[in-house]
Structures are given as structure tokens and as C-alpha cells.
Design a protein around this ligand. Sequence first.
Ligand code: GTP
Ligand code: MG
Length: 271
Amino acid sequence: MPDTAEIPETRSLRLGVAGPVGTGKSSLIALLCRELSTDLALGVITNDIYTDEDARFLRSAGVLDPERIRAVETGACPHTAIRDDVTANLLAVEDLEADFAPLDVVLVESGGDNLTATFSPALVDAQIFVLDVAGGGDVARKGGPGIARADLLVVNKTDLAPYVGVDVERMVADGADARDGRPVLALSRDDAASVAALCAWVRGVLAAHRGGEHVPVDPGPMAPHFHADPDGGGVLHSHADGDLDHAHAQRAGHDHATAQGHDHTGDPAGT
Ligand SMILES: Nc1nc2c(ncn2[C@@H]2O[C@H](COP(=O)(O)OP(=O)(O)OP(=O)(O)O)[C@@H](O)[C@H]2O)c(=O)[nH]1
Ligand SMILES: [Mg+2]
């Protein structure tokens, strides 16, 4: 199979929205539709385990032509459909892009899951991970692939902070500490400035995507994989969470003076 393919000009920016149950993913997508659909052509794919609840919520919000909102019923743990076998989602995105060509952005909502669930870069070009203050101020400190490496971390529902005793600044700082300089945004649907900042971030990613400057990353843990040894055999290993760089492991009795270290962060072909 070739490792490159010609992609039609109607290819949109595919933007994933993931995060634990109830943190406000659908609401954030509704905000983006309301704010951006005046000048951008949008589509939405939702993922629910057994229902099309999220798609129905978004259609009833009246922020986008209901036909541009489609549901994928995963029938299994949400992370399976956004990471392990993305076929159903990929087909849904491609159908939407074909039916409403040209779309600028397709937003893909993950089913609510735990802190380990992130999108495969085979499905989305960039992803937002959503936490909320009501889930507890310490969650951002807990790390995990979405918190540490999603393109944007959102600390949502900041309007609730006084009621749940959470220090938003501290939660944002904890998130920033876990992210090596990647952006963190404190958001509330009631705070127009924060909604404007979210929209500006999406427009920035879209511009970078169109300009060919946006490099998709895989926040998720590298699957266990094998490196052949030119002398025979090889090494089967996996990476600790967050440790995507690696040099090949030393093996007793072999000269590794020429072994190449490589990383999985910036070079999608560098396996
Ligand atoms: N106070 C407040 N509530 C919010 C905000 N955003 C969303 N909510 C509420 O949070 C609840 C969950 O929001 P959803 O958008 O359905 O969350 P979700 O992450 O899509 O939920 P699942 O898809 O079930 O995982 C709803 O009651 C929303 O009205 C916000 O900025 N402030
Ligand atoms: Mg939802």
C-alpha cells in the first residue's frame, strides 16, 4: 500500500473534541458553530455509545443546518472508535465533506471518556481536550495524553468555579505545567472574551492547516512495536506515557555504535 495518497481539494480541517463525560464538549461545539458559521462552512460528527443524543442536542440548538450534523453510534468504548478503529468516523467525515463540499472545518466530538482517550491523527488533524472546573481542581495535575499533548487544553465552565471552590488560575497553571508550552484556555460560555479566544485559536489552526504549516501530532501512547536488529531478531518495546522520544535499546553482545535514535513526535513517517 502506498504511504502517500492524493487528497481532494474538498478536504476540510478535521478538529476533534475529546474529554471526560459532561465536561461541555457538545456545548463547546455549539459555541463554535454559532460563532464561526457566519463565514466558515462547518460540519459536525458526534460519537455516542448507544444513542444519537449529542447530535440531537446540537440540531436542537439551532446553530447549524441539522443535515450537517451526523451521529456515529460507536456501540463500544468511545476511544475504540476515535483511536483503534476509526473507520466508521472516517467514512462519516468523508461523506459529510462530499455532501456539503467544500467544508472548511468538520468538528468531531468523542463520546465522553476518561483521561486516556485521545483521537488518532488518522481521523483528526488537531484536537481539543476539555476538562471542567466541576470535575475538580486537581484533574489538570493528573496529566495523561489529552491533558499533556492535545493541541489545546480547555478548562471549561469557569463560571462555576466559585460554587465548587476551584481556583481557575491555579488549574490553568497546572495544565500549562503538564503541557510543555502548549496552549491552555479557561472557557465559559458566559464569558464572551473566552469564547472569542477559542474561536481565534480555531481560525489560527485553520490558517496554519491551509498554509501547510500545521503538523498533526499523536497525543496518545505509542503502541508496542518491534525494531529489527540487522544481526537478526530485534527488540519489542513500548513507551512510557509521555516518552515519545527514544533511542533503540542496547542489547547485550551487539555493537550499537551506528544505531539511530529517533522520535515519534514530529515525523509521522519515522517509525
Ligand atoms: N455553567 C456552565 N455549564 C456548562 C457550560 N458548558 C456546558 N455546560 C453544561 O454542562 C453540561 C454538560 O454539557 P455537554 O456539552 O452536554 O457536555 P459533553 O461533554 O458533551 O457531555 P457528554 O457528551 O455526555 O460527555 C450541560 O448541562 C451544559 O449545559 C459552561 O460554560 N458553564
Ligand atoms: Mg456531548
